[in-house]
Design a protein around this ligand. Structure first.
Ligand code: HEM
Ligand code: HEM
Length: 223
């Protein structure tokens, strides 16, 4: 099964592209993370009260799926290597890009986990729901003495803040680097992370690979 998945992914990575699964993970998570950054900041400036509580409920509901996606994406990334593209041959710039991606993966786990710990530590402000409707348990912290729960709250809040700042600094760098590779260096890096839109030549090549009997009328000729 894994070998078949790898063989399928290689049909994309050999053309310096991420597989459609890798691309879907990237863009779904990028959108969720950007939303979380904006919404989290917005909510943190609301005055204490009902709107702020609803704001954090939305924030948790949209943030918990990132934890599930992080587990699936990490597993996928271990089993299916990404492509080796132009950006992998750049010396120290490549090392910085790799380090950034490792930090992103730490954020994908660390932010939802620290958020979950904050939510569960001191007088949970209400039930948690994954994506807004699937009930999600609190962490089992209620039996701890109050001072320990406050300590958990403090550490989790610090971790959340540090990781938020890491993203605020690294995401713009990551995006600028992607644009620089694309427009300045004319590398294939961004193209490899965009959904593949087949052109006429791709369609002709696909038709050529199809067994004769499966071609529709008009496709069976030369070309
Ligand atoms: C990738 C996912 C997440 C991102 C990018 C993110 C980002 C943020 C941001 C920007 C803030 C406001 C600034 C700050 O106070 O540091 C914040 C605050 C907060 N987030 Fe998240 N968050 C994520 C996931 C979660 C999850 C899953 C939960 C809950 C289960 C959560 C709970 C909270 C709480 C309780 C606060 C208020 C912190 C405080 O008291 O200062 N977060 N988050
Ligand atoms: C407009 C915004 C973005 C653009 C144009 C973009 C572009 C790219 C490109 C071109 C790559 C491939 C790099 C390579 O092969 O060397 C990549 C990889 C990656 N990006 Fe982004 N990105 C964006 C937003 C984000 C955001 C918000 C996150 C999450 C914090 C993110 C996380 C990642 C990760 C973790 C990888 C490594 C891929 C993997 O191995 O799973 N990206 N991105």
């Amino acid at each position: 099964m894994i070998e078949r998945l790898r063989a399928w992914a290689r049909t994309h990575t050999e053309q310096d592209r991420y597989s459609p699964v890798g691309i879907a993970f990237h863009w779904v998570m990028a959108i969720l993370v950007l939303f979380q950054l904006g919404w989290g900041w917005y909510t943190s400036f609301l005055p204490a009260g009902g709107d702020k509580l609803i704001g954090y409920q939305v924030h948790s509901a949209a943030g918990l799926p990132i934890l599930i996606l992080a587990i699936l994406r990490f597993a996928w990334r271990i089993v299916i290597p990404g492509p080796v593209n132009d950006a992998d041959r750049q010396g120290w710039q490549t090392q910085i890009a790799y380090a950034t991606e490792y930090v992103f993966y730490i954020c994908f786990f660390g932010l939802p986990l620290s958020g979950w710990a904050m939510w569960s530590s001191v007088a949970a402000p209400g039930p948690l729901y994954l994506a807004g409707f699937i009930p999600w348990p609190q962490l089992p912290l209620q039996e701890l003495p109050l001072t320990s729960r406050w300590a958990v709250m403090d550490v989790a809040e610090d971790v959340h803040h540090v990781l938020v700042w890491a993203l605020m600094i690294l995401v713009p760098l990551h995006v600028l680097a992607a644009l620089k590779h694309h427009f300045w260096n004319r590398h294939d890096v961004l193209r490899g992370m965009l959904p593949e839109i087949p052109d006429e030549e791709d369609l002709r090549a696909t038709r050529r690979r199809m067994p004769r009997g499966t071609r529709s009328r008009g496709e069976s000729g030369a070309g």
